[in-house]
Design a protein around this ligand. Structure first.
Ligand SMILES: [Zn+2]
Length: 208
């Protein structure tokens, strides 16, 4: 805990003290983030850091393995954040960002064995199971399989967004775009799903 408080003191010295006007302006207005970001709770994947986003720019939902349960099995926490982001904040983009090395995805690949004694986590990971199990059909080796499963899971969560009528309505109106990303812990690079090529390409690709 000491290190967290020390970190906060550094934040006050190095950021807040020099950003008084910016912070006061943020506090005096309603938030108007441009995107809803759905990512994993993994401590190594920090959405604001990897997108160079300032306070106020991202509306964030994080949970284990960046899940968006489909509407028919909706989770109230994710559903509430989604409704607020889409209907009230009117975000123009929703990003689902998975990450290579995701322990939640690996737990599903391993047949939930390691989470059998964690009933809430076990149930939560069931949201992910269909896409991950299907991705195993392309088995090459364990690492490749894990990477494919991470990608398949991210894209399944993007598809799950469309099970919500509020998302479908905005997509039909052309006022909302959905994006599937995968973050690489090892080098800090994001890959983005390219619908035309049906594959993930590096975020620096000039076609994006
Ligand atoms: Zn993860």
């Amino acid at each position: 805990m000491k290190s967290l408080l020390q970190g906060h003191r550094s934040f006050r010295r190095e950021f807040a003290a020099g950003a008084r006007d910016f912070l006061a302006q943020l506090a005096s207005e309603h938030q108007s983030p441009s995107a809803l970001y759905v990512g994993c709770s993994d401590s190594r994947v920090v959405p604001e850091l990897l997108t160079s986003s300032a306070p106020g720019e991202l509306f964030v939902v994080r949970n284990i393995a960046n899940a968006v349960p489909p509407f028919e099995h909706a989770d109230a926490s994710v559903g509430a954040a989604l409704e607020y982001a889409v209907e009230v904040l009117q975000v123009g983009h929703i990003v689902v960002c998975g990450h290579y090395g995701c322990g939640g995805v690996k737990a599903v690949l391993d047949g939930h064995k390691k989470v059998k004694k964690l009933p809430s986590l076990y149930e939560w990971l069931d949201h992910l199971a269909p896409a991950i199990i299907e991705s195993r059909l392309q088995y090459v080796d364990d690492d490749t399989c894990w990477r494919h499963a991470v990608e398949a899971n991210a894209m399944q969560q993007v598809l799950n967004l469309s099970t919500y009528a509020i998302v479908r309505d905005r997509l039909e109106a052309g006022t909302l775009q959905l994006h599937g990303w995968v973050y690489d812990l090892a080098n800090g690079h994001v890959s983005v799903f390219d619908a035309a090529g049906e594959r993930f390409i590096d975020a620096t690709d000039p076609s994006l």
